[in-house]
Design a binder for this molecule. Sequence first.
Ligand SMILES: [Zn+2]
Length: 288
Amino acid sequence: MEWIICRSVAIGNCASRMGRFGNENAYETAIDSLDNLLKNCPELKEKAGKKIEELVKELSLEAKVEHDVKAVVSQLDPVEKIRKGFQEFKAHFKKEQTLFKALAESQHPKWMIIACSDSRVDPALVLGLGLGEAFIVRNIASLVPPHSKESGHSSGASAIEYAVLHLKVEHIMIVGHSRCGGIKALLGMKEDGSNRFSEYIEDWIAIANNASKTAKAKCSHDSPFEDQWTCCVKESVNVSLWNCMSYPFVKEAVQQKKLALHGAYFDFVNGDFQRWALNYRVDEPESL
Ligand SMILES: [Zn+2]
């Protein structure tokens, strides 16, 4: 028992040092409460000891995972990594001359994919799409701004225009993903904008403001934040799907059944991928 308490104190020291940046008081308060409880109810000491031991194991595992990830990443020289990667590609290039000669002349991708810039969600890698198979746009939180007469410098709008009018892609898929930082920031934004912290990101993610409102309305206050986060990612994909439809050339291609729109959610925590379709139809006029 003494050993267990000593170990918990060691964590306490560590937590205290980190406390300058975290919530130090929460830890101290919990330890004080536990001490008081055990003074009054010493029969609970054994049970408390076991629970503390479990906590120590859990935290040790977390610390080890973080350490292992950092160790793997720091081993790799970034320039050497891409040099090796290209050498592998070059071997593939030499073997697949028929494919690369055809690709050198033109591209005919069937898919346009709009995904997040997050380094963990490369859609071509996840969906097994090779060169020439998908026209891809990536940005913060996989968002599509609505059509606007003021063209400005919209990389997303110009890419959609090129994909639909010139490449004539048959499918556009917008892929949201688990633990998206852009969507987390969106959920943390106050409606009056009083907690703004960045110059560009917040204006960009505000495209999905309605998704944030929907997710907050759908999830009860006591549900875990992760549920609200997941819901908001999926709703933001839906907002972007409808924004896609605001481009006249997209709407026309969908109405003519030359183009299908899909939403998707890539869950890299559980290794899951969900896809859904935007079913858009215009009814025949009927006399009233
Ligand atoms: Zn993201």
